[in-house]
Structure formats: structure tokens, C-alpha cells
Design a binder for this molecule. Structure first.
Ligand code: GAR
Length: 192
């Protein structure tokens, strides 16, 4: 059973999906840490309800990004975390964390990368009136949503879909895809 840390800044529906998969036995992992960079993120309460060890680090209370990430890294390493799973973590990972977890940090993004990198990917897709969008799981590198792609799943946007409807479709795909991809990745790495 691999120890993973989930980094999240938001609602935590993907965190929940990961926890549910673990409970159901379809994902063999232990969430040793939920780390958030936003004090008010709803994901924090979700983690506490599930008795997952939780740390909230406010980047503003550190002198710089390196100091913030050194603290974040210490929280991972003290728990023997092997993988870092970004689930709605809205901050670039810097060299401090990246160098400590090479090829061991993955992210989920609500578009078919390399389309619509960065913030509000769903809004960007709607602005361009694309008919097909989707979800990407990828390794994190030093760019914004640029690392090697692990898995993608497409979905259609219809004429009368509102942004909320597209978000619902995207999240439904994410909640199935992410736990499955994590399980496949861990299995593959453990077999090496
Ligand atoms: C997810 O849709 C995820 O793909 C997106 O944030 C949402 C978080 O939802 N991530 C990004 O946009 C990363 N650039 P959640 O808090 O309910 O899991």
C-alpha cells in the first residue's frame, strides 16, 4: 500500500473520489496527508471528517516560495509520502518539491491538454466554442499543465450546455478516471 499526499485548494470532489475508491478497494493506497494552500478550502473539512491528517499552509506567511515548499515537503517526508497527487491544487509546483519527487507528482486538469492550460480551462473551452473537451491526467513538470500525459478522456459539449453542465460532465469523468489512473500507475511502478 503506497502512501500518497493529496494537494488541493478547492472543493475536494476529486479528493472524495480518491477516498471512496480506497474505501471500495479499487485503489490500493493510503492518503497520509491532505495539504491545502487555502485556509477556507472546503476540502479541509472533508479531510478532517475522514480523519485524514491535514495541513494548511498559507504561502503568504512564508518569506518566499522556496520556504513555503520546504515546509510542505517536510510534511510529506515526515509521513513517508511516496506520491503527490494534485487534485484542484491551483499553484505551480516549484523546484523544491519537484526535485524531491521526480516523476512522482501527478495532476488532473479539466481539458484535453495541451489545449486550455492554466486557470478556468472550462471557461476557455466554452469561449472557443469547442465541441469536444475532456480531462487529462499528467505528470507534473516545471511548466503550467505541460508535463507528459498519462491519460485522457474526451466528452462532448452540446449547443445548449451551460458552464455548470459542462463542469458537471467534466467532474463526473474526473471522479472515475483519476482513481483508476492512480491505481494503474502505482501498480506499474511497484512492478518495476
Ligand atoms: C477539478 O475539476 C480539476 O480538474 C481542476 O480543479 C477542479 C477541482 O475540483 N484543476 C485545475 O483546474 C488545475 N489546473 P475539486 O476541488 O472538486 O476536486
Amino acid at each position: 500500500t503506497n502512501k500518497i499526499a493529496v494537494f488541493a485548494s478547492g472543493t475536494g470532489s476529486n479528493f472524495d473520489a480518491i477516498m471512496n475508491a480506497i474505501d471500495e478497494g479499487t485503489l490500493d493506497a493510503e492518503v497520509s496527508l491532505l495539504a491545502s494552500d487555502r485556509i477556507n478550502a472546503a476540502v479541509i473539512e472533508k479531510a478532517q471528517q475522514r480523519n485524514v491528517d491535514t495541513v494548511v499552509l498559507n504561502p503568504k506567511s512564508f518569506t518566499d516560495k522556496a520556504a513555503f515548499e520546504t515546509a510542505l515537503l517536510a510534511d510529506c517526508q515526515s509521513r513517508n509520502v511516496e506520491w503527490i497527487i494534485l487534485a484542484g491544487y491551483m499553484r505551480l509546483i516549484g523546484p523544491t518539491v519537484l526535485n524531491a519527487y521526480p516523476k512522482r507528482i501527478i495532476n488532473i486538469h479539466p481539458s484535453l491538454l495541451p489545449a486550455f492550460q492554466g486557470k478556468d480551462a472550462i471557461g476557455q473551452a466554452l469561449d472557443k466554442k469547442v465541441k469536444v473537451t475532456g480531462v487529462t491526467v499528467h505528470f507534473v513538470d516545471n511548466g503550467m499543465d505541460t508535463g507528459p500525459i498519462i491519460a485522457q478522456e474526451a466528452l462532448s459539449i452540446t449547443e445548449d450546455d451551460t458552464k455548470d453542465e459542462v463542469r458537471r460532465k467534466i467532474q463526473a469523468v474526473e471522479h472515475q478516471l483519476y482513481p483508476r489512473v492512480i491505481q494503474t500507475l502505482l501498480t506499474k511502478e511497484n512492478a518495476k
